[in-house]
Design a protein around this ligand. Structure first.
Ligand code: NIG
Ligand code: FE
Length: 357
């Protein structure tokens, strides 16, 4: 019911959607990876580039060299692009510092981005993203540093979750168990990058550790999917990273939905494997590459991630009593937002009851 003081928004001839909730992003870092993009266009793979000193570690050197203000400016620029594409909430990971000082600087910058833009930003500590050069051959020693930094991040309330990249050449099951144990002692949730380039049993590990989510899952098989369903772990699918790396193996989204899993899709926005900030583009990949319906793609971009991030009672759907987080689009059938791939942006965005100009 309309009450005195309520703001009326004219949405005639528009489609109105809940603001997108992008539950997996890496939006704050130094430099860019445009040269790698060119290298991949001429045939080099993501793993070959990483083995030659590029990849995550090249962004780490540039991030370590960046001042806090440069990192904040980078995050603000991306926050504005998220909003312009209809996203009103993101989960934002650190993970390009890989030493205590830079990881905390990144988490501080992520916090400032949330405070100084209209975007809602929820932070995750991803110290276990890659092993930095100074710890080459000493993964356990690096994990000791990761756990100590997690203590600092938790004490300073700079993170809500902790994340780890479980993949050959990065971190293994034992590292994940140590991180899960420490995160639990701080009451932080666990997120996990698993089964991106091969099936290492990452989904089953996420189930064993009662992670909040298992992300990527390109190589997860039916056994892994059953384990996620049984343990109540939310799958977060990142089809734009498959697309942007020029790969063909998308996760088994249809099978996950058929197992009753509340799938989430997200951009995985980062400078290397997925430089897109657009949820409409991700929804297009859902429909064209993973056989999801537009309705399933929308659910996976709004209400399901809202629940994953603990905000299901506030955002993610258009319901009386929720926060006014919504977007207006110049179309009569909302499916056009997905159908006209790469061509649509909202005409207006409201986040937390405020119009974003
Ligand atoms: O989610 N998989 C690990 N991390 C990122 C890639 C980060 C990068 O290439 O800079 C991802 O795809
Ligand atoms: Fe990621």
């Amino acid at each position: 019911m309309i009450q005195p003081g309520d703001e009326i928004v004219d949405a005639s001839n528009c489609s109105v959607l809940p603001g997108f909730v992008d539950a997996h992003t890496h939006p704050v870092y130094g430099g860019d990876r445009l040269d790698e993009f060119s290298l991949r266009a001429s045939g080099a793979s993501y793993q070959e580039i990483a083995a030659a000193g590029g990849g995550i570690l090249s962004t780490v050197s540039k991030t370590r060299a960046a001042s806090e203000q440069q990192l904040i400016d980078c995050g603000i620029r991306h926050a504005e692009l998220f909003l312009r594409n209809g996203t009103t909430t993101i989960e934002a990971k650190s993970g390009y510092g890989l030493n205590p000082e830079t990881e905390i600087r990144l988490l501080g910058a992520i916090k400032r981005v949330g405070e100084s833009t209209g975007l809602r930003v929820l932070p995750t500590y991803l110290g276990a993203h890659a092993i930095p050069a100074e710890f080459a051959g000493n993964r356990q020693g690096y994990m000791d540093t990761v756990l100590a930094t997690l203590d600092t991040a938790a004490d300073q309330r700079l993170a809500l979750w902790s994340d780890i990249f479980v993949e050959s050449g990065y971190f293994d099951a034992e590292d994940a168990r140590r991180l899960a144990h420490r995160a639990k002692s701080h009451d932080l949730g666990l997120r996990m990058h698993v089964d991106q380039f091969g099936n290492s049993g990452g989904a089953r590990l996420a189930a064993e550790l009662a992670a909040a989510s298992a992300d990527h899952l390109e190589y997860t098989d039916i056994d892994g999917i059953s384990a996620l369903a049984k343990a109540g772990v939310t799958p977060v699918l990142l089809p734009a990273s498959v697309y942007c790396l020029g790969l063909q193996k998308y996760p088994l989204a249809r099978t996950m939905v058929d197992h009753g899993l509340p799938i989430v899709v997200a951009t995985d926005f980062n400078p290397g494997s997925s430089p897109t900030l657009s949820m409409p583009f991700v929804m297009s990949l859902c429909c064209t590459q993973m056989r999801l319906s537009p309705e399933e793609a929308l659910t996976a971009s709004t209400i399901n991630p809202a629940y994953l991030l603990g905000l299901g009672d506030k955002i993610g759907s258009l319901e009386a009593g929720k926060v006014a987080d919504f977007t207006l689009w110049q179309c009569n059938d909302w499916r056009e937002i997905i159908y006209h791939v790469g061509s649509t942006r909202p005409s207006q965005v409201f986040c937390g009851g405020k119009a974003i100009s």
